[in-house]
Structures are given as structure tokens and as C-alpha cells.
Design a binder for this molecule. Structure first.
Ligand code: PLP
Length: 471
């Protein structure tokens, strides 16, 4: 028998040297992607000139090989809530590795999942239990299964334009045909317009609805649910014995200036809440489905059913340690209030530009989730250029702004969805006033150029050719 004392000493680093591997092969990164991974990613990056080599990152900034500083307004699709390499999260991960825990034995109870669940649930006191998985889509899959099982009903309602992840269950509640087409048959779920209570009630009367799943602010296009909608929807759902699922994968953990976006509205208490992305500080994949006690008790109703919903890597020590460190930092640093203040500042400064630029139609959102929408200009001169882009493909103007923001001003942003003239800003929540002003100055310069008929339109022509060639 091997005891802890007599266990073989861990071997050294052996032949594997990560630093040497990266030094030797790092330059092949784009080629390797083209050959072995999704080849359209490097192709797209080459086309728009985003094929950069970034070497180092910290907080809301990263640096290229020449030491140029870039401002991150994308946060890795929202996972870098605290920015990159927060020292407290990083230390927690070093500590958990150094502790050599007997993790994932699967037949014991480790302390870290319980501690993280306790700390997470403190932010939604009406909820009682947590299931830990490994991603946003997995958090959604859990919620869909729990809602169906707990209510004994098959159908989940979702909102038009919704995004809840891309595995098959989550895809069944996706509101965009571009994601769904070609993957049928999906689950028998039904879309309702965001904010339309009559449509919701019509579906609920059929008595086969398990739940409505909703993003309190939709990621696609940054559309908020209308004031009062979540509360009224919750009442309708409960009257018809159906559940409200809040997908807070993107909006959660302070992103919108509240810990959860549903908390913006008084009296909203979703039965299930999906969390992921920023929970692990961007280091370790993690997902969490939070729910009411009775739902969990129904799903896990007997010892036989102990593994009825489970995940091999769920609740692993690295993810749990990172999550605990993130929540601790958020409390100590007042991250939620900081996101609200900084977001208000950024949105106000951007909104002030709508009078100045006829191509700028709207600035919306809450906290540090901001949508900038472009629209048809009034003047004849700009209208013909706008029409040329729209004829080729909707969304090209927004792309035309995103590209010089990176190329000329070293600021990373994204278009908020296919065929949309909207840029979405979801920076790390730690950006400061200097970062805000840097973005506003850069955006102003790009919009000046667009309104003067400058260089961005040259790039627009390249995009049009590409769009036509891609048809
Ligand atoms: C609201 C929402 N739900 C679910 C997901 C899926 O998360 P993941 O990519 O971790 O599967 C996303 C991802 O962007 C999201 O924005």
C-alpha cells in the first residue's frame, strides 16, 4: 500500500518546456489555426487586418510585440470581468495548484464548491442551491433541464434575437436563424418578442410551457427588456405554473452596474439564474445554474438520481478557487459600483455625440454593456455611400468603425451580431476614466473621418468586395 509518505516523489518537469515550445513555434500561430482549427478565423482576421501578435496583457490592456499598448473593450466576450491577470485571482490559482488537493475524486465532498455556492447565493437571497458546470451554455442546458423536470412540461419560451449558447439545447432557444439553420431538429421551443406580454400569455395558456428564458439585456444589439416586463412576465409565468429563467451569463457579476441585471427591477426573483463568463476571472472555464430549493429537490429526488445531472469537470478546484477570489475582489474593490459609475460616464459622453454625427443613431445600455447603433444619414452625400454598404451587407458600416478603432487607435471592439449596425462595448469592469476618454477621443476621430468621407470609406469598398465575393 502506498502512503502519503511513501508515495513516489513527483518527477521534475521532464522533457516538456512550455516556454521553449512557444519560443520555437509561437510564430506559426496563424498557420497552425489555418491548418488544424476553424480556418475561417485566421481568414477573417487577415481580411480585416486584425491578424496581430499580442505578447502580454494586464487589466484592460494588452501589448503587441513592439510594446504598443491596446485598450480592450471586449474583455474576451465578457469573461475578463476583472481584466487580465488580476493578482488576487492569479495568486489563488497558484495556491490551489500548490496545495495538491485530492480534487475530483467524485466520491467525497470538497470544501471549495460549497464555499463558492454560499458566497454566490448571498447575491440572490431568494435562491438556495447551485449546480456547477463548465461554460455559459452548460449553465443554460442545466436550467432548461431543471425547468422541464420540475414542471413536467416540455416547452421553453425564449425571446426573438436571444443568445444563450450554441450547444443543441441552448441553440433551441436561440433567436437568430443564422445560428439555428441546418441544425434541425431542435427542441420544440417557441420564440416570443422581447417585451410582448400578450404573446407570452397566449403561449402560456397552452399549459405546456416549462419556462421563459430571458437575457435582461440582450447581448445581440444590446436591447434592454422594457421597464416592468420582467416583473410582469414573472407574475404571468407563475400564474400559469411556469418558471422564469434569467440568463445572466453576460450581464451578471456587475456588468450592468448591478450584481445581476434582473436586480435593476424591483421584485424580480427568477426561479433559475445562469452564470458563467466572468465568474472565474477569465482563467478557468466555469458555469453555474442557481435555483430554488424545490427545483433541485425535485431533480435530485432520491439517491438513485444523484448523478442525473452532472459534469466530469464540474466544481473543479481551480474554477472554484478562481470564483471565490473573483467574488472577494469584487466586494473589496467595489467593482459593481465602479462599473455603474464608469459606464454612466462612457455612455453620457458617447450619447452627447449623437447630435454631432448624423450616422450615429443611438447609444444605449446599462453599466459597462453599451450599444452604439449607426443609422441611415440625412445628407445626400453620405446617404449614397451608406446605401452602397447596405446593398452589399448590413453591418458593414459598424465593421468599418471597428477596424480603424483597432488599426489606428489600438482599441479592440466588436460588431454586436451578424447583419447589425451596432457596436457593443463590454470592457473589463476595471477600466478607468482615462480609458473612457481614450475611447471617446478615438471614436470621435473615426466618426469625424466617416463624416468627412475619409479613409474609412476606402476600407468600406474592400469590405463590399469581400461581402460580394463571399455570397
Ligand atoms: C447570454 C449568454 N448566454 C450564454 C452564453 C454562452 O456562453 P458560453 O460561450 O460560455 O457557452 C453566452 C455567450 O456569449 C451569452 O452571452
Amino acid at each position: 500500500m502506498t502512503t502519503a509518505e511513501s508515495a513516489p516523489a513527483p518527477s521534475g518537469t521532464g522533457d516538456f518546456d512550455l516556454g521553449a515550445l512557444l519560443a520555437e513555434r509561437g510564430a506559426e500561430r496563424y498557420e497552425l489555426h489555418s491548418r488544424y482549427l476553424n480556418h475561417q478565423l485566421p481568414r477573417m482576421l487577415h481580411t480585416i487586418g486584425f491578424d496581430k501578435v499580442y505578447e502580454r496583457a494586464e487589466g484592460a490592456h494588452f501589448w503587441d510585440a513592439d510594446g504598443n499598448d491596446h485598450l480592450d473593450m471586449l474583455a474576451g466576450f465578457g469573461v475578463m470581468g476583472l481584466g487580465r491577470h488580476h493578482p488576487v485571482v492569479r495568486k489563488a490559482l497558484h495556491d490551489v495548484l500548490d496545495a495538491s488537493l485530492a480534487d475530483l475524486t467524485r466520491f467525497d465532498c470538497q470544501p471549495l464548491p460549497g464555499l463558492l455556492a454560499e458566497r454566490l447565493l448571498a447575491h440572490s437571497p431568494h435562491l438556495d442551491r447551485v449546480f456547477f458546470g463548465n461554460s455559459g451554455t452548460e449553465a443554460v442546458e442545466g436550467a432548461l433541464k431543471f425547468a422541464r423536470f420540475a414542471t413536467g412540461r416540455p416547452r421553453v419560451l425564449y425571446c426573438e434575437h436571444a443568445f444563450h449558447g450554441l450547444t443543441t439545447g441552448s441553440l433551441s432557444v436561440n433567436g437568430e436563424s443564422g445560428f439555428r439553420d441546418g441544425f434541425a431538429p431542435l427542441l420544440p421551443d417557441t420564440a416570443v418578442p422581447l417585451g410582448d406580454l400578450d404573446a407570452l400569455e397566449r403561449e402560456l395558456r397552452r399549459q405546456d410551457v416549462a419556462a421563459l428564458i430571458v437575457e435582461p439585456i440582450q447581448g445581440k444589439g444590446v436591447h434592454e427588456s422594457p421597464p416592468g416586463y420582467l416583473r410582469a412576465a414573472q407574475e404571468l409565468l407563475h400564474r400559469h405554473k411556469a418558471l422564469l429563467i434569467a440568463d445572466e451569463v453576460q450581464t451578471g457579476l456587475g456588468r450592468t452596474g448591478d450584481f445581476y441585471a434582473y436586480q435593476h427591477e424591483q421584485g424580480v426573483e427568477p426561479d433559475l439564474v445562469c452564470v458563467a463568463k466572468a465568474l472565474s476571472g477569465g482563467y478557468v472555464p466555469v458555469g453555474a445554474t442557481l435555483g430554488k430549493d424545490w427545483i433541485f429537490k425535485k431533480v435530485y429526488s432520491s439517491m438513485d438520481r444523484v448523478l442525473v445531472h452532472s459534469a466530469s469537470f464540474g466544481a473543479n478546484a481551480q474554477a472554484m478557487a478562481a470564483g471565490l477570489a473573483v467574488l472577494s475582489v469584487m466586494e473589496k474593490e467595489g467593482t459593481v459600483a465602479h462599473a455603474r459609475r464608469t459606464g454612466d460616464l462612457l455612455r453620457t459622453r458617447l450619447a452627447a455625440l449623437t447630435d454631432r454625427y448624423e450616422l450615429l443613431a443611438d447609444v444605449r445600455g446599462r453599466g459597462l454593456m453599451i450599444g452604439i447603433e449607426f443609422g441611415r444619414p440625412r445628407s445626400l452625400r453620405l446617404r449614397s455611400r451608406w446605401a452602397m454598404l447596405q446593398a452589399a451587407r448590413k453591418g458593414l458600416f459598424a465593421q468599418m468603425v471597428v477596424v480603424p478603432l483597432l488599426q489606428r487607435h489600438r482599441i479592440l471592439t466588436q460588431v454586436s451580431g451578424d447583419h447589425m449596425e451596432v457596436i457593443k462595448l463590454i470592457p473589463p469592469l476595471v477600466i478607468d476614466e482615462e480609458d473612457v476618454q481614450r475611447f471617446v477621443d478615438a471614436f470621435t476621430a473615426v466618426m469625424d473621418d466617416a463624416h468627412d468621407g475619409g479613409l474609412v470609406w476606402e476600407f468600406g469598398r474592400t469590405l463590399v468586395k469581400q461581402a460580394v465575393a463571399d455570397r
